[in-house]
Design a protein around this ligand. Structure first.
Ligand code: AHR
Length: 533
């Protein structure tokens, strides 16, 4: 069996873990909104047509913030279409996803859905086909208490109190040739700066996100960030990052190491933002909003969707990834990359939430269920509290075609007031790894939970007919003995461990579904068991 030793010193903190790291993204795309969160005829639909079973799963997922309404969709969106009496709302073309937009769901409906879910709304404005004035109108409609035409219109539309939206994205992926209203870095940087200044003039407390590159693979990556921030540095708080990963050409080893790429991506954007800071001698620091990230099999998406002038389907199924255990393990390690950079990545959105590139599947008229990517997200959101800590991993490595040599074990840790959480990935495809951690410095000696996502088949998935094939299971081979934590990680697996000091009360578990491993299981008792038992 492979061995790895971790060193964690609570004095070596990365930064506070922002709850906004556990955000998600809902776009008017495919069956994300219509037929996802909203399905009026469904047996579990509430009076507003929202599926209660989906609300329950989103709540269990522990989503803190939701970015809305796009994505590419926002670059053709008129927010006014989605407010006011439903019967008067126009039916439009969703050019981004070649479908029909009925505008049945707009700002009011989505905000009330978020109230049910208990998450914060993060809005994107259209800087593709629209500009500063329309962004100001939306801001006035959403945030001004009353006494103006637009704020009073909101009140008449059933919302007396302002929405009070704090986080705003200044457009979406404005460098992308696929984007309605694509711009050069220079043009976009100027527009974003102008719009940000105007929005702050209306509401000084906003937190504004300027678009970074739509991917690190864009030919203008790096230079785009430098030029855009050169214009907008003083007017924004965040620059966005977007990244999607997939297994290509059967290269599971590279895919499992996707977090290496995310680490490098984050560090490159931080370096570029700090370069602009230095050049401007600015006291401000720009943080990162990683507001689209996930596993997405983009290479399986046909390059040319049928785009006939007489065929604009309603909520067509798009990118409904089945997701496997390996995908779940990668999502777990991408979350670990976000935690490792918690000092600078202070907001993030898993893209997306229901049906489309999503951890939750919802069948029309049928069940909703958790895909393998659900589990690491829900558990990390539940357990990662307080501050993120640096973790040194002393263990084996392997060579990948995409990322060079990478460690077999990926790790992240957080600590909070006598408790700690440890997140581990074993990237080896055939071998178990025993991980040991000396807990003396952390001062935690009780193991409350040890949960592992693994399966003899790394491509196992959940389906409507078998919704629980893949789930978290207690890891029976985890124990604290004489102040050392030892845990055995199965091949291609993700594990979360929650620890506390014997002097700390057992932390509450916020009512989420989980399996508990026995606390402080004697290692000698469990060592002979196999994973499947
Ligand atoms: O999340 C799906 C799409 O991916 C978004 O609309 C776009 O911003 C990105 O390219």
């Amino acid at each position: 069996m492979l061995q790895a030793r971790l060193t964690i010193d609570p004095a070596r903190t990365v930064g506070p873990v922002s709850r906004r790291l556990f955000g998600a993204f809902v776009e008017h795309m495919g069956r994300g909104v219509y037929g996802g969160i909203h399905e009026p005829g469904h047996p579990r639909a509430d009076g507003n047509g929202f599926r209660r079973d989906v609300i329950e799963l989103v709540t269990e997922l522990g989503v803190t913030t939701v970015r809305y309404p796009g994505g590419n969709f926002v670059s053709g969106y008129r927010w006014e279409d989605g407010v006011g009496p439903r019967e008067e709302r126009p039916v439009r073309l969703n050019l981004a996803w070649h479908s029909t937009e009925t505008n049945e769901i707009g700002l009011h409906e989505f905000a009330s859905w978020l109230d049910e879910v208990g998450a914060e709304l993060m809005l994107a404005v259209n800087l593709g086909t629209r500009g500063t004035l329309e962004a100001l109108d939306l801001l006035e409609y959403a945030n001004v208490p009353s006494g103006t035409t637009l704020s009073d219109r909101r009140r008449r539309n059933g919302r007396p109190e302002p929405f009070g939206v704090r986080m705003w994205c200044l457009g979406n992926e404005m460098d992308g040739p696929w984007q309605l209203g694509q711009r050069s870095a220079d043009d976009y940087g100027k527009l974003a700066a102008r719009t940000a200044k105007a929005m702050r003039q209306l509401d000084p407390d906003l937190e504004l996100v300027v678009c970074g590159s739509s991917a690190a693979s864009m030919p203008t990556f790096g230079e785009w960030e430098r030029v855009v921030l050169g214009h907008a540095y003083d007017d924004v708080d965040y620059i966005s990052c977007h990244a999607y990963y997939e297994e290509k050409d059967g290269d599971l080893g590279s895919f499992l190491a996707s977090a290496t790429d995310m680490d490098r991506f984050i560090e490159a954007v931080v370096a570029t933002a700090d370069h602009v800071k230095a050049v401007r001698r600015s006291p401000r620091t720009i943080n990162l909003s990683f507001d689209e990230w996930n596993v997405w099999y983009l290479s399986r998406v046909p390059a040319d969707l049928p785009r006939r002038i007489d065929d604009w389907p309603l909520a067509p199924p798009l990118s409904e990834e089945p997701y496997t255990v390996a995908d779940g393990v990668v999502v777990g390690s991408l979350l670990m990359s976000l935690l490792r950079h918690a000092d600078r990545v202070t907001s993030a959105s898993l893209a997306q939430l229901v049906n489309v590139i999503a951890p939750i599947a919802a069948e029309p008229g049928g069940p909703a269920w958790r895909k393998p990517t659900f589990f690491p997200f829900a558990t990390t959101s539940r357990l990662a509290r307080g501050v993120a800590l640096e973790v040194d991993v002393d263990g084996p490595g392997y060579d990948t075609a995409a990322h060079g040599r990478v460690p077999v074990v990926d790790a992240a840790a957080t600590a909070d007031d006598g408790t700690a959480a440890l997140f581990l990935v074993n990237r080896a495809q055939a071998e178990e790894v025993e991980v040991s951690v000396d807990l003396a410095a952390l001062g935690t000696d009780v193991l409350d939970e040890a949960l592992t996502l693994a399966d003899p088949d790394p491509y196992a998935a959940n389906t409507a007919g078998q919704q629980d094939r893949v789930r978290l299971r207690p890891n029976p081979r985890a124990a604290v003995v004489d102040g050392t934590l030892r845990v055995t990680l199965p091949p291609v697996s993700w594990t979360a461990l929650s620890l506390r000091s014997a002097r700390t009360d057992r932390p509450s578990t916020t009512g989420q579904q989980q399996d508990h491993a026995p606390a402080t299981t004697p290692a000698t008792e469990t060592r002979s068991r196999t994973w499947q038992q």
